[in-house]
Each structure stands twice: as C-alpha cells, then as structure tokens.
Design a protein around this ligand. Structure first.
Ligand code: CP
Length: 308
C-alpha cells in the first residue's frame, strides 16, 4: 500500500476529507450498480468477541457481494475460551492467510493493539465505549442522502452518551461535515467534561428537540453500568424516551436515527416506528453499502479508483 493509503479503520478521527469523499461516493455507487469483484482472492475474518446483529451481518454480506471469502470465527467455540489471548488469536488468524480482521471487542483500544502488532488490515467494529467508526460513517451517509449536506444542521445525540462508542465516533465525523452537535442525557450518563469533545450540552430535552434537525437516540447500555446509574428504565422512559408527545416537538422534516438494537419502550416508544422521519432501517440497509466501500477502500484501492 502507498504511504497515503490507510491500512486500517480504527477511528473517525483518522479520516481525511479525501477518504470521506471516496467512502461516500463508493457507498452511493454500490447502492445503485452491480457489485464489482473487488475482494476476489481476499479473506476477511469476522472476529466478533462481543455480540452483534447488524454490524457482523453487514460486513459478512459486504464481503460476499464483493467476491471475497469470510473466514468463520466464533468467539464462543474458539481457543479464547481456553485462555488464548486476543493477540495470539489474531497472530494465528494472520498466519492462516487473512487479509483483514473485522474486530469487535469489549475493551477500549483492542483494535489499535492489533493494528500495531499485525500486518493485516484491522477494521474496528466497536471497541468498548471508545469508537464504532463504520457506524458513524453509515449514519453520516444516511443523513447526507436525506439532507444533501450537513453544513449548519443541528444534530441532537440523546441518551447513554457515557457508554456510547457510536456517539464518540459521530462527534468528530459530524463536526467535520459541518454539523452542530448537542448532547442531552441524565447527568449520570454524560461523560465528565463532554464539552471538551466539541459538543454542547442541552439542559432541557424539550427545548433541544424543538431546535434540532436530526435526533439520534442511543441505547441505554445497562450491561456496561457497573453500578446503577438510573433509578429505573421506566423512569428513563418517562423523562428521556421519545414518544408521540416529544416527537411532536420536532421541526417538520426532522429525522430520527438509532444505531440499534433499540430498547422499545425505553429510548423509543412504539409511535416512533411510524414517525415520518424514522430512518432506522435505512441506516441498516446503508450499512451494507458503506461496509462494501470500507473493505474496497482498504483492501483494493486501485480497484476502487477504477470502479468508483
Ligand atoms: N449498531 C450496532 O453496532 O448494532 P450491532 O450491535 O447489532 O452490530
């Protein structure tokens, strides 16, 4: 690979404007044309050491559509269960002939660790509470598709910001695309000094909803709450959940995102399913095309230049 060609996707912070243009252009193209065999002869390992539905399935689908091979890996039946370390596991996967590892892991920095130690491309599919760059990229693509541009648009990120890798990857990417990002959450679910990440904090949800162009609701990640941070989910739903009354506060044409999985009745009430601006399933659909773009960009940049 040339010095200018990235080898890994670890964080949205690493993406240059030219990378973003390539990824968005390729995603759009893959959505409306037959898929080129950009990954012919390439082997990609889906190394998910934390549960996933959308991310894993869409990376697997993206590999197949581009003519590559998915090497099966199941954390629960792997030698991780016998105590083999992540690094040893990954080095052995590399020795088996992998060209890329798509890694989801519960520890912050796991993808960076492998990127430093291995010669294969590492794609961060979510590391702890740190980053989930492919999710932020598909979120941004979905918004660009709907709005044309994010310059000056107000995006409200609502919910469990403290534990959200999706929020962290989105903060940087949305700002670099010109959006103004605000967060709103119970105090216990806001990281200390979150403003230093370049976002504003809304003190009253109802006021923030009335001003926003896009609201991105986040899952309450109870499994990461080491100590109780909320009195109850029912109370969260009452004060922070988006139901008919709060959705009515949004401007006409406002959009609703959620990275999934949704806790229906907690972050979103059933009325959100039929809300006009609900793009949640478009996010999932676009996730396949964005992940095709990411794989082609990392593993076959020359093919991407010819086909996109
Ligand atoms: N958005 C997301 O990461 O979903 P999964 O956990 O199902 O992959």
């Amino acid at each position: 690979m040339s010095a200018l060609q990235p080898s890994h996707l670890l964080s949205t912070r690493d993406l240059r404007d030219s990378d973003l243009q390539t990824l968005f252009k390729a995603t759009k193209k893959f959505k409306c044309q037959s898929s080129p065999a950009l990954l012919s002869g390439k082997t990609i390992v889906q190394c998910f050491i934390e549960n996933s539905t959308r991310t894993r399935s869409s990376f697997e689908t993206a590999v197949r559509r581009l003519g590559g091979t998915n090497l099966g890996f199941s954390a629960s039946t792997s030698s991780l269960k016998k105590g083999e370390s992540l690094l040893d596991t990954a080095q052995n996967i590399q020795a088996l002939g992998a060209d890329a590892i798509v890694l989801r892991h519960s520890e912050n920095g796991a993808a960076h660790l492998l990127a430093r130690a291995l010669d294969v491309s590492i794609i961060n599919a979510g590391d702890g509470t740190h980053e989930h760059p492919s999710q932020a990229l598909l979120d941004a693509f979905t918004l660009l598709e709907a709005l044309g541009s994010l310059k000056g648009k107000r995006v409200l990120i609502l919910g469990d910001i403290l534990h959200s890798r999706v929020a962290r990857s989105n903060f940087h990417l949305l700002k670099s695309l010109g959006a103004k990002v605000t967060v709103c959450a119970p105090g216990t679910l806001l990281p200390p000094s979150v403003q230093t990440l370049g976002v504003s904090v809304a003190s009253r949800l109802e006021d923030a909803l009335a001003e926003t162009d896009v609201v991105m609701a986040l899952r309450v990640q109870l499994e990461r709450h080491a100590t109780p941070l909320l009195p109850s989910l029912a109370e969260y739903a009452r004060f922070w959940g988006l139901g008919a009354q709060r959705l009515r506060l949004l401007k006409k044409g406002a959009l609703l995102l959620h990275p999934g999985p949704v806790n229906w009745g907690v972050e979103l009430m059933p009325e959100a399913k039929t809300f006009d601006g609900n793009l949640i399933l478009q996010q999932v659909e676009n996730g396949v095309y964005m992940r095709m773009a990411i794989l082609g960009w990392l593993l076959n940049p020359e093919g991407m230049r010819k086909n996109v």
